[in-house]
Design a protein around this ligand. Sequence first.
Ligand SMILES: [Zn+2]
Length: 324
Amino acid sequence: MVGVKLAEEQATLVLTDLNAEVVARHAVALATQEPEAVAARLAGGIDELLRSTHVDRSRLLGVGVGLAGIVDAAAGVCRLSPFNGWRDVPFAEMLERHVDYPVYLDNDVNTLTLVERLYGAGQQVDDFLVVTVGRGIGLGIVANGQVYRGARGGGGEFGHTVVDPEGPLCTCGNRGCLETFAAEPWLVQHARLNGLEVATPDALVAAAQAGNRVALDVFRRGGQILGRSMASLVNLFNPTMVIVSGEGVRAGDFMFGPMAEALRQHLFGPLADDFETRVEPLGDDAWARGAASLALRQIFHAPELEAQPARAWRALRSAQGAAS
Ligand SMILES: [Zn+2]
């Protein structure tokens, strides 16, 4: 399988085996966001990946692509991706024309959630949530063993739930979304507004490690707001587990200590008893691996597709019935 994590300026490609273990990786710089150009560039990257590993094209079974935004996974269409400005882009089909293999498209947080479900901590539990903290704040939902996507693939826009209607103006056009308090670029911005000259999340973490009061306050406040919002999620979904991951996990206890505390504090009593939070560091490989498992899932018919083999079986049976 090939898995692709598509970001604005670059794509991470991985080649995986049937256990979604990464065999090789390749990064591709993207000079433009124009969908056809991105498809052509990815196709070139896939060729390079196969060449460098001497894997014959005929052994490739499929390509999975994960990207931020609202994705109609069944149709392979990106409905809306604010980061790269796409609207109603049939990207799976575009890439298929270049690579000649089935291409599966999904929201990147859903791909990560699928990896947890198929290979990670979510194998043993039927109800869990994945919260990603990084450039934005994402949410993957597994309910009754299935990834829940909502009516139009837009389920899980946790980052754009309102914390303070008078808060900062968000990229989505509303004010005071959760992201504007707890996503990494906003943490950096809050630090700068309070007089700490940092340019990157890493620099902010370094400042906190050095005991800088502004950095510590920014992470604590971000963590508390995130924890309160997560308590609402837990109260709504009653999951067995919440997995927190993404680049933002680098803030460690500076942010996720206060998050865990606020989360516990705002839980509806009995829900706190049988519930666990895990903070897991993840890199681009994990995201791309998730994208690869989009393709793997089609082959192994994981539980979320149970309906499909059943339909095929019924069709076969009725065809046999008609023949006899
Ligand atoms: Zn927003």
